[in-house]
Design a protein around this ligand. Structure first.
Ligand SMILES: CC(C)(COP(=O)(O)OP(=O)(O)OC[C@H]1O[C@@H](n2cnc3c(N)ncnc32)[C@H](O)[C@@H]1OP(=O)(O)O)[C@@H](O)C(=O)NCCC(=O)NCCS
Length: 350
């Protein structure tokens, strides 16, 4: 199946998803075969560190409450001169260096971000300029799910032809839109960036070549009042309980759609890399899908929720730790404001 067909199928699932019950639709998205290699990865975090003890000192909260309810112990925060663009550039540069690919050999930069430094031009334009890649660069905003959307768009661009290498980055300065006095959100969010470099590959003769094997993207705008920046406000506002309920359901259903679509089960998957929003969401999803703890990437304790940066940061950390080998299946999944959600199954390989 071509990416275009899969995108159409995903779009029809999306429109079917406009009803609140969308996240409970029967799983089973069509498989996608986009052969591509994953050449390099990288991550970057800012210098500031905000611990639970720091929050305890100025908000009506406690280390025990935060740890038990979220799994977060500290987050990284941007200071002077640290922007979404600078974090994304650092992560992107690390991915290029690891791959041994020159910036001039990159055909497109896709930056998933909710926190563009300025409305215009795109933050991706700044990243393109700082890295020195070829011309095209564009922001993708699907909130915390943005990196998974970006991967799908990168694969579609490669599949459509003409582009050989696409650098996909998730980068956020989410603390810029977090109210430091709102204990409902101030405890959750942190800044960072992660990147992955994709390169076109010839279709494998068998089924074992690297690439994207299945994708599920979805949206449910009925959740808009529960998470977002209201008009006239500068900060994110969130109904935590409602978001928790919907996110848990959407992530599990989306992962099941991808596994079903690819015709595999959790037992076949070497690593599950979920969005790091809340340790309880991660654990509930992993348990429902059948992933033991040693096959789940978790770093929420050190970084909190870094929105679109969360999945690529956790993936980069797992790769640095040698948790993936060529030929392994990797399941990525994220849910964010919108709601928007996305999952994809990759067969890893350079
Ligand atoms: C925000 C979140 C951690 C709150 O946890 P929760 O278990 O739902 O907590 P509740 O909102 O039910 O509040 C439980 C109690 O703790 C209190 N509380 C809320 N935030 C608190 C905090 N930071 N510190 C201490 N107590 C807090 C509440 O006031 C409430 O007190 P009460 O029982 O006396 O009324 C959780 O809902 C969550 O993670 N939601 C999803 C967030 C998310 O993923 N957002 C991004 C999506 S990409």
């Amino acid at each position: 199946m071509t990416v275009a067909t899969a995108a159409t199928a995903a779009a029809s699932r999306t429109s079917a998803a406009s009803a609140p019950a969308a996240a409970t639709r029967p799983p089973g998205g069509p498989p996608v075969r986009v052969p591509c290699r994953f050449l390099g990865w990288g991550a970057a975090v800012p210098g500031g560190r905000l611990t639970n003890a720091d929050l305890e000192a100025r908000l009506d909260t406690s280390d025990a409450w935060i740890t038990e309810r979220t799994g977060i112990r500290e987050r990284r925060t941007s200071g002077s001169g640290e922007t979404t663009a600078s974090l994304a550039t650092a992560a992107g540069r690390a991915a290029l260096e690891r791959a041994g690919v020159a910036p001039s050999e990159v055909d497109l930069v896709l930056l998933a971000t909710t926190t563009a430094d300025t409305p215009c031009p795109s933050t991706a334009a700044h990243v393109q300029h700082a890295l020195g890649t070829r011309g095209p660069a564009v922001d993708v905003n699907a909130a915390c799910a943005g990196f998974v959307y970006g991967l799908h768009l990168a694969a579609a661009a490669i599949h459509a032809g003409g582009l050989s290498r696409v650098l996909v980055i998730g980068g956020e300065r989410i603390t810029a839109i977090t109210d430091p006095d709102d204990r409902a959100t101030a405890i959750l969010f942190g800044d960072g960036a992660g990147a992955l470099l994709l390169e076109v590959a010839q279709p494998a003769a068998g089924e074992a070549g690297p690439g994207l094997l299945a994708v599920d993207l979805g949206g449910d705008g009925s959740a808009i009042p529960h998470l977002g920046i209201p008009a006239g406000d500068r900060y994110l506002r969130m109904d935590g309980q409602e978001v928790f309920r919907r996110a848990t359901r959407a992530m599990a259903t989306s992962c099941e759609a991808v596994l079903d679509g690819a015709g595999v089960s959790a037992e076949d998957v070497a690593l599950f890399v979920p969005h790091q929003a809340n340790r309880r969401i991660i654990d509930a999803t992993a348990a429902r899908l059948g992933f033991p703890a040693d096959r789940v990437a978790v770093n929420i304790d050190r970084y909190g929720n870094t929105s679109a940066a969360s999945v690529p940061m956790a993936l980069a950390e797992a790769l640095d730790a040698g948790r993936l080998s060529s030929g392994d299946l990797v399941l990525l999944s994220a849910v964010g404001a919108g709601l928007s959600w996305g999952s994809t199954l990759l067969r890893w390989g350079a």
